[in-house]
Design a protein around this ligand. Sequence first.
Ligand code: NAD
Ligand code: UGA
Length: 464
Amino acid sequence: MSIKNICCIGAGYVGGPTMTMIAAKCPDIIVNVVDINKNRIAAWNDKNVDKLPIYEPGLSDLVAKTRNKNLFFSTEVEQAIQAADMIFISVNTPTKTYGVGKGMAADLKYIELCARQIAAVATTDKIIVEKSTLPVRTAEALKRILDNTGNGVNFEILSNPEFLAEGTAVSDLLNPDRVLIGGEETESGRLAQQALVDVYANWVPKERILTTNVWSSELSKLTANAFLAQRVSSINSLSELCEVTEADVGEVAKAIGSDSRIGPKFLKASVGFGGSCFQKDILNLVYIAQSYGLKEVADYWEQVIIMNDHQKRRFAKKIVETLFNTVSGKKIAVLGWAFKKDTNDTRESAAIYVVDYLLNEQAEVVVYDPKVNAEQIYADLDYLNTRSGEDNRKLLNVVNDHQLAFEDSHAAAILTEWDEFKSFDWNTLYEKMLKPAFLFDGRMILDHEELERIGFEMYTIGRG
Ligand code: NAD
Ligand code: UGA
């Protein structure tokens, strides 16, 4: 079966870029990306492609080439479902904030709503693709909803988790390490799987398209994120040991990463991993293991999160201790709010927690981030509910010019590894600061020795 019309429900960080790539590589397929969020859709349709709701290097060019040719963004969910042969579900699956599994399990209400809507609307057979990250065995529940509430049409369910990382979404989609497609081991399941293989085969080499059963595919996504986050927590745990033993975590990472069995990637010590998925997916994995009574498995993976929380807290604590045990009324410049460079996404960013800690100590924080606006920064802090919105606005300022953040400040902290921070005129910035001028590098991006020569009192994560 050859796919002619695709619908993707959810125009977020995954749905938007993924469908743009499919549209770009498969000019014969009509791709409709739909969302209930009118503002988001309006932004995807903005004539000025620099105003897309998501910042990703290379994305605006790709959207400009495909939009309104074979790629369409709209809020007409039902119409798009009706017209599609294949429907990707790419809605958010956040950690539950209520009821059973609160704070651990993935909230599947948006997924279920999609399934019920598809069942209600569809009058022809559809292939349903789980693009969202889901707990293992979700496809079973989806199938039951679709089959029991549908109009008698046939639904095949595939799992096709997305492995793109933010900031590199376009190149990850263009040249993926692998595409994973899980399908049911039945004749119609295999045909559906093949239909999706054929879509990706338009640009992905066949040997990189892996097919598995549905449960392996669902579980592989959670496992991949757990392994990646585990590497960050592993190196971060050693960064603390390095600081007390005068070993250098950068050197340790290089030494161990040269072993081809370990490999060099994902060994960068940091102020802690952020992003919408690592924590959410590991908590979900822990919850699933607990639900099956596998306590040791659950405890093992939970430690990755415990270590990450510790890393964020200890960085903030280090700032307070170094500033003579008080930051009350002191101005601290914070460089970077996004959870990593080259994205405007701030979900679970380490910066939120470090700054919250500093504000609790009554510091005056001034934030500069090249891509994140003030509204988002205040929204992130307000969401924590630690203090009133009014207090957050009193204690924290956001500036568009990084130089303003340094004016009469006692300290500066790098919380996101934006490249532009490396080329700041640090001599001038040093002059603007009160002395001693403290600089906390939570991302290991600055030249420690050079900055000490200028006069900064430096702290780099993982260096004693
Ligand atoms: P997102 O919040 O950016 O986007 C989800 C979108 O779905 C929102 O715009 C929301 O309005 C829309 N939506 C929710 N319910 C809807 C409904 N019933 N009908 C229509 N639209 C609806 O989320 P995201 O970052 O794109 O993540 C989506 C999924 O992909 C999650 O499961 C996530 O774990 C997974 N994932 C994310 C990334 C990433 O880098 N962000 C990478 C791989 C996998
Ligand atoms: C991660 C995975 O890399 C993707 O494969 C996956 O698809 C995605 O989660 C998801 O499921 O959402 P992402 O969170 O976008 O992607 O970004 P990463 O590059 O993985 O970085 C995550 C966090 O870890 C960032 O805060 C980053 O700064 C931190 N990190 C990463 C480190 O502190 N050290 C490292 O060596 C690598």
